[in-house]
Ligand binder design. Structure first.
Ligand code: ADP
Ligand code: ASP
Ligand code: MG
Length: 445
């Protein structure tokens, strides 16, 4: 059965990284399989900068970004000795990127549709380079990844993906070794879409589902899923085995290692899902299991957070319709909703405006009289152990001490408890919660 390997930006970000990834592909896919790659590290940010400059009508700034992008890609290809291999594919791609960005700069307007068209260059350049480096065949993911037309955060249409993927399934079963792009999709009218920042994980798992894969491996730059974000908690430890529910909650509440939408396909299709480190292939890794590993009652496995939230507060007298309407509108525009809590005291909506359209919708709601506070973050404690001992969550909350808490968020998931704090508190709070709730949690039974 087919296996899928996904390499993130840092795993393809330099010649050395690509060589390491090539060795992993040789070792893991001796009988063929599918490799999904992100853009080279930093490329998506660079294209977004170019698009933003173009939107301001600043053509020189936009072209400076594109020139850096070309130089960096050219240098990596040269170091690998693959310039001639990629030139036929890269030439038209770079020319098109230049045209799209120049067109935007001349108009002084960056549309969501144009932005996705520009972003596609990053993933596609990378996939051609990786295909050359891995001695594999490039296939464009837009042959199969059918989505709606919500540019910037497109929703995949599974039945259409499944049907389109049938020829891929056969070829891969026959031993083909293919490389394709993450992050991209195709709208019903043929325009390129993107799945949201970090969406390549979701590309890999959706392809896993559509192709009936036995296993999806996510190759990144850490030793698997850790007990906390290592940039705030250097002593965070790898989690060898975790449940899909834990992984889903952790990613939903902000752990960047797995895209928030990437767990659902594994839940439906049941393939093996592994997170491993390209820099240290032999180091520990995380296996995400449909059946929960045993955890002690009350045990917290990990802490997650996401900053950049806005809170909209509605008085009880406003009723439910205005916040519900706001939630619908924001969601349609691609905002992430972290909570919608209603009580006799009023209603609280916590969102993160992840797309420019969502930021505009939020500004409109504020202009229309909604009371908005920005600068909030969501923090979540996650663990199967909370299912067995929900009261433990309350004990863990005591660890907050005198922290100002903006609201408690409970949801359908019983493997997490989440709350809102001012984002300026994260630097202190996350290490403290990790120490109190994860490191001092009871060991698994
Ligand atoms: P890739 O480019 O491979 O997709 P990402 O940068 O998207 O990699 O995700 C990996 C990063 O996620 C890590 O380098 C780490 O900084 C961050 N991260 C945040 N929370 C966690 C966590 N709980 N476990 C592991 N990594 C995490
Ligand atoms: N290249 C895209 C991003 O930077 C997608 C991904 O890396 O998953 O968001
Ligand atoms: Mg990622």
């Amino acid at each position: 059965m087919t296996r899928i390997l996904k390499f993130g930006g840092s795993s393809v970000g330099s010649a050395a990284a690509l060589r390491r990834s090539a060795a992993i592909v040789r070792g893991e896919l001796p009988a063929g399989g599918l490799v999904v790659v992100s853009a080279l590290k930093g490329t998506t940010d660079r294209i977004l900068e170019a698009v933003a400059a173009a939107g301001r009508g600043d053509l020189p700034a936009a072209q400076a970004q594109l020139s850096d992008l070309r130089d960096h890609h050219g240098a990596v290809a040269a170091e690998l000795g693959l310039v001639n291999n990629v030139r036929p594919a890269w030439g038209p791609l770079l020319a098109r990127l230049d045209q799209v960005v120049t067109g935007m700069a001349l108009l002084g307007e960056a549309t969501a549709r144009g932005r996705d068209a520009a972003l596609a260059a990053g993933e596609t350049l990378s996939a051609h380079l990786a295909a050359a480096c891995f001695q594999a065949t490039f296939r464009d993911v837009r042959e199969v990844m059918r989505t709606d037309a919500r540019f910037g955060k497109a929703r995949v249409q599974l039945p259409a993906l499944r049907a389109a993927a049938e020829p891929w399934r056969e070829a891969l079963a026959g031993g083909a070794l293919w490389v394709t792009q993450g992050f991209l999709g195709i709208a019903p009218d043929g325009a390129t879409t993107t799945l949201g920042r970090g969406g390549s994980d979701t590309s890999a798992t959706l392809l896993g589902e559509a192709l009936g894969a036995a296993e999806v491996q996510i190759w990144t730059d850490v030793d698997g899923v850790l007990t906390a974000d290592p940039s705030l908690v250097p002593e965070a430890r790898p989690i060898p085995r975790m449940s899909l529910g834990e992984a889903e909650a952790l990613s939903a509440f902000g752990a960047k290692v797995l895209h928030a939408d990437s767990l659902a396909p594994g839940g439906r299709a049941g393939f093996r899902l592994v997170v491993a480190n390209t820099l240290r292939p032999g180091a520990s890794r995380t296996e995400i299991l449909p059946v929960a590993p045993s955890r002690a009652a009350g045990e917290v496995t990990s802490v997650a957070y996401k900053e950049g939230l806005s809170l909209l507060r509605y008085p009880a007298a406003a009723g439910l319709e205005p916040p519900l309407e706001a939630a619908r509108r924001l969601e349609e525009a691609g905002a992430l909703r972290f909570g919608l809590v209603s009580s006799p005291a009023g209603t609280l909506l916590a969102v993160r405006p992840d797309t420019p359209a969502a930021a505009e919708a939020l500004a409109d709601l504020e202009a229309g009289g909604a009371e908005r506070e920005s600068g909030w973050a969501v923090v979540a404690l996650v663990g199967e152990g909370l299912r067995a001992d929900p009261v433990a969550a309350l004990r863990h909350l005591a660890a907050l001490g005198h922290e100002p808490v903006g609201g408690l968020l409970t949801g359908s998931s019983t493997v997490s408890i989440a709350f809102l704090v001012p984002e300026s508190r994260l630097g202190d709070l996350i290490p403290r919660l990790h120490d109190r709730c994860v490191l001092r949690s009871p060991e698994p039974a």
